[in-house]
Design a protein around this ligand. Structure first.
Ligand code: SAM
Length: 369
């Protein structure tokens, strides 16, 4: 799927424009200058003008710095001064139909004031992500109350805020099928789902309360006659370790859909050590070897597992050690484990396999204490 920057480049190329500058200091620090310029143009804030003298700085269509250009981004108020080369209307006319990303606030009133604040922040961050790929206006918030409008500090005029239900919003736009991102779904989100015209994400932050709210959003939609594809996101087959914040779920979809990343890669890129530790807590006990040394029990894992897990979990050494401590596990180098295995005997104790050492070898285990 094309990004806005790619569409913008095509428009510039069609006009024989190979580089653009700017008449202000804007965009100089931006990482994706063409994308950021295009967003402003689409929102009617500026345009590309032909300027008589070359700009001081400019970038080619790959974003590389060049000496200057006779084409520059400038605010729309410059239209009387310079000849317009790409107008907002022209760029808008070339935009493909990108899908809606709907944040469904059906469960808004189940949240405390603090949680409502978190939802608003995650919606603002979702806008920030979408505008890195498309225009940002693909973001829609449904069941949006007056309270939401008051509490939301993001760009209200650049997103779609809809007071009615998600089903009404969809029907008004002739959309009869959606993908609902749902951790409780049976099926995985995949390429086959990327042609839908709308993705729905629950405007929910996890509270101490009820944990299974997303499926209800799907039931509401189905009752209203919308075909709902319920899809989950997993990391190596398990939802544990998938960052569940609204904006991060949106980031995973975008990385898969626009950048062509696999689900595991996309999850890794959107993960924070916090989410990675959730998963590590589940993984490490599966790798533990039980030892009984002079009557005391130890659970040991290979120290080298850090390398293995850090390939697919965003963990640093300190996260690995933190989880070891929480789970009361000991990490030993593989060669030491081999040695311990050689000098111990395997025994079943209360249905569990232990390696028993009768010698005073405890010192060897005090490796990461
Ligand atoms: C904090 S989660 C809410 C999960 C919550 N336990 C519930 O009631 O379903 C917010 C939203 O992110 C999306 N989400 C979170 N984790 C997901 C996953 N692993 N797969 C698909 N969607 C997910 C869902 O749309 C969900 O409504």
């Amino acid at each position: 799927m094309k990004t806005l920057a790619e569409v913008f480049k095509e428009v510039l190329r069609e006009k024989g424009i190979e580089s653009v500058g700017t008449l202000s200091k804007r965009f100089r620090k931006s990482k994706n200058k063409l994308q950021d310029m295009a967003v402003e143009i689409v929102h009617g804030k500026g345009a590309i003008f032909k300027v008589p003298e070359k700009t001081a700085v400019a970038w080619d269509l790959e974003g590389r710095r060049v000496d200057g250009s006779h084409y520059a981004y400038a605010p729309l108020c410059m239209r009387d001064k310079f000849e317009m080369a790409v107008s907002p209307e022209e760029l808008r006319a070339k935009l493909p139909e990108w899908p809606y990303f709907i944040i469904d606030l059906y469960h808004w009133n189940r949240h405390t004031q603090k949680e409502k604040g978190k939802i608003c922040l995650q919606i603002t961050q979702s806008y920030g992500l979408l505008r890195d790929y498309f225009t940002g206006s693909e973001l829609a918030v449904t069941w949006a109350s007056e309270e939401f409008r008051r509490m939301f500090h993001g760009p209200l005029n650049r997103i779609t805020v809809y007071g009615g239900s998600t089903a009404e919003f969809l029907k008004e736009r002739g959309i009869d099928e959606v993908v609902l991102l749902d951790p409780w779904a049976d099926e995985l989100l995949s390429e086959k789902d990327f042609h839908v015209r709308a993705f729905v994400i629950g405007g929910i932050v996890d509270t101490g309360g009820e944990k299974k709210l997303t499926p209800r959003i799907g039931e509401e939609l189905e009752k209203a006659g919308i075909n709902v594809r319920r899809r989950k996101i997993t990391l190596r087959g398990d939802i544990v370790g998938v960052p569940d914040r609204i904006n991060r779920i949106m980031g995973i979809i975008l990385k898969m859909m626009v950048e062509g990343k696999s689900m595991d890669e996309a999850v890794y890129e959107m993960q924070e050590p916090l989410h990675a530790r959730w998963r590590l807590r589940k993984e490490l006990p599966k790798r533990a070897i039980r030892y009984r040394v002079d009557g005391r029990d130890y659970r040991v894992v290979e120290k080298e597992l850090f390398e293995y897990y850090s390939n697919w979990l965003k963990i640093r050494w300190e996260d690995f050690v933190k989880v070891l401590r929480e789970l009361d596990l000991i990490a030993l180098e593989r060669r030491r484990i081999h040695h311990l295995n050689k000098i111990s005997t395997a025994r079943l104790i209360r249905g569990k396999l232990y390696r028993v050492l009768l010698l005073k070898k405890a010192a060897m285990l005090c490796y990461n204490c």
